[in-house]
Design a protein around this ligand. Sequence first.
Ligand code: HEC
Length: 296
Amino acid sequence: MRDIRSIIRRILLSVFLLSLIAGTGTFYFVLHDRAVQQAEEQARTLLATALAVRSYTNEHILPKLSQLPPTTFNEETVPSFAAQTVFRSLGGQSSGYTYREPALNPTSPADRASAFEIDLIRQFRDRDTLTELTGVHDSGTERLFYVAKPMRITNAACLICHDTPERAPPAMLARYGSANGFGWQLNEVIGIQLLTVPVTRQFSGLMTLTAYLAGGLLLIFTLCYAALSATLDALLVQPLKSLATAADAASVSGGHAVSVPRGAASELSSIAAAIERLRRSLARSMAQLGRDDSAR
Ligand code: HEC
């Protein structure tokens, strides 16, 4: 037989564990989803900005600067250079907000793809229909949400500078050399446009909020347990004990009148009344027996 308090403890503990797992789990996933959604919105806005800088360079800078004598190469005319430079001044690598155009065989060594970027480029090269990849990447020091789009050469004009060193402007060769960034093919995915926004802070904030929820649940359940067990003690456990003692005394020696102990649950009054009736009829029978004995 188990006592009532341990049964209550067991029930509350099961409810607590269940709500802890289901509640905090759901809470965490909903918040996580929202954080990722917000990061995605931000990333898309910034990516649109980068693309706008690219097309501004193409449409407004390139035509103007290409009228200059071709003795020096102006990287300001290169869409990739313009977009990446604008984003570097946004805070650079350390801010987590980055825009890169990494390639497998880049013109500028700074654009050489990292292992993670190579993996993304390969996925786009393997699947023609893939137009976008998003996700969360752990850079080692930070967690970053990224949006990647394939860089496919669809414009033959790009190949002026990226086909062979012979076709490229001599001033560009003087700056970048002839070893890298050539041999690109039309319709080939040569790299990606990769935009990242930082989510480390958002994600660690999530853990803190979830821990608060778990702490709150624990507090509520501890209070519930304490209140329930104190109430049961006062209403049921203690009165039942004293009723048991009274019934015991009544069965042996006739005892005193049995009544409901103060503060007991009203349900106990009928038990007290029944014990009292039993005690009285027992006393009456005993007295009757006593009289019969002495009359004999
Ligand atoms: C006038 C020559 C020229 C033309 C035309 C040109 N590029 Fe480039 N491209 C460059 C140079 C130079 C770089 C390196 C810029 C830097 O220093 O970041 C570059 C860099 C890039 C990069 C970054 C990876 C790397 O190789 O460093 C990509 C991607 C790229 N170009 C794509 C294109 C596409 C797509 C077009 C056509 C819309 C195009 N380029 C047209 C000269 C050119």
